[in-house]
Ligand binder design. Structure first.
Ligand SMILES: NC(=O)c1ccc[n+]([C@@H]2O[C@H](COP(=O)([O-])OP(=O)(O)OC[C@H]3O[C@@H](n4cnc5c(N)ncnc54)[C@H](OP(=O)(O)O)[C@@H]3O)[C@@H](O)[C@H]2O)c1
Length: 250
């Protein structure tokens, strides 16, 4: 349960146009935050604004651009920064990747977390701010049909923990943490991955999902991010996220 009121605070969410990021923006807005949402697809961001009204400011931009990161942090100084943007990996086994497809999630996901984290430390954000980087359960379990995705998501977890240490060392008072959501078919990215793993096993998607844990929903992701943003009290560098909620990474 949230322990701090987010009313009147500013949150900035990358990848807010759809999937987890959109749900995170909606959840933060529902808890009183003004949300700045960054993504490339202007039309989809406008849909979020139509839903949330004046509590949402859309910014159509490439979140990997370091200038975008620096300018938006300067301008909005968010109390809550959610680094969620990510590229859909090419769903192919390792020998059918090229270096360009293998490294896609390094170029997008990792580069953006690196740039925004760096700017958050250099600015620095105000004491009491929190930076939440979206990693993946794949960082622990691997993802053999996703090229460099799992390694990229592991790097994001490390970046968050390194930044947490720097924040502590310099008494900045900024919390940095990583969230590792379980694979779910409930977003574009997750649906493509689930379809690829089902095809690999020679089964259809319902058969692949049968007997597995209940699917994590974007709404549950939004709730978990609000809990972390509002300060659930634990200082974990990283948490797994399933439909059952947040838990320590083993
Ligand atoms: N779904 C899962 O099963 C799952 C599991 C674990 C972790 N994750 C992670 O959770 C995050 C969100 O995933 P999702 O499933 O919600 O994916 P999604 O539905 O494909 O959404 C991805 C979001 O990232 C944005 N984005 C991509 N490249 C961008 C860029 N260069 N600049 C700005 N925005 C960019 C997209 O917006 P535009 O295209 O409009 O730019 C979109 O809003 C990702 O980091 C993903 O790796 C997902």
């Amino acid at each position: 349960m949230p322990t701090q009121d987010l009313s009147g605070t500013t949150a900035l969410v990358t990848g807010a146009s759809r999937g987890f990021g959109r749900a995170i923006a909606i959840a933060l807005s529902a808890h009183g935050a003004h949300v700045v949402g960054v993504a490339r697809d202007h039309a989809r961001l406008e849909e979020v604004r139509a839903q949330l009204g004046g509590t949402f400011t859309p910014v159509a931009a490439d979140a990997t651009d370091p200038v975008v990161a620096g300018q938006l942090l300067d301008k909005y100084r968010p109390r809550t920064l959610v680094l969620n943007a990510g590229a859909a990996p090419l769903a192919r086994p390792i020998h059918r990747q090229t270096w360009q497809t293998f490294s896609r999630n390094w170029e997008v996901d990792v580069q953006h977390v690196f740039n925004w984290t760096r700017e958050a430390l250099l600015l620095p954000l105000r004491p009491g701010s929190v930076v939440i980087a979206i990693s993946s359960g794949a960082a622990v379990n691997g993802s053999p049909l996703s090229g460099g995705y799992a390694g990229a998501k592991a790097a994001i977890r490390f970046i968050a923990s390194y930044a947490a240490a720097e924040s502590g060392r310099n008494a900045l008072g900024i919390r940095f943490t990583a969230v590792l959501p379980q694979l779910t078919p409930e977003t574009d990215l997750g649906a493509a991955a689930v379809a690829a793993y089902a095809a690999r096993q020679g089964v259809d998607i319902p058969a692949f999902l049968e007997g597995r844990d209940p699917a994590l929903t974007p709404e549950q992701v939004g709730t978990a991010i609000v809990d972390i943003a509002a300060g659930s009290g634990d200082d974990r560098d990283a948490s797994l996220l399933t439909a059952a909620g947040l838990s320590p990474v083993r």
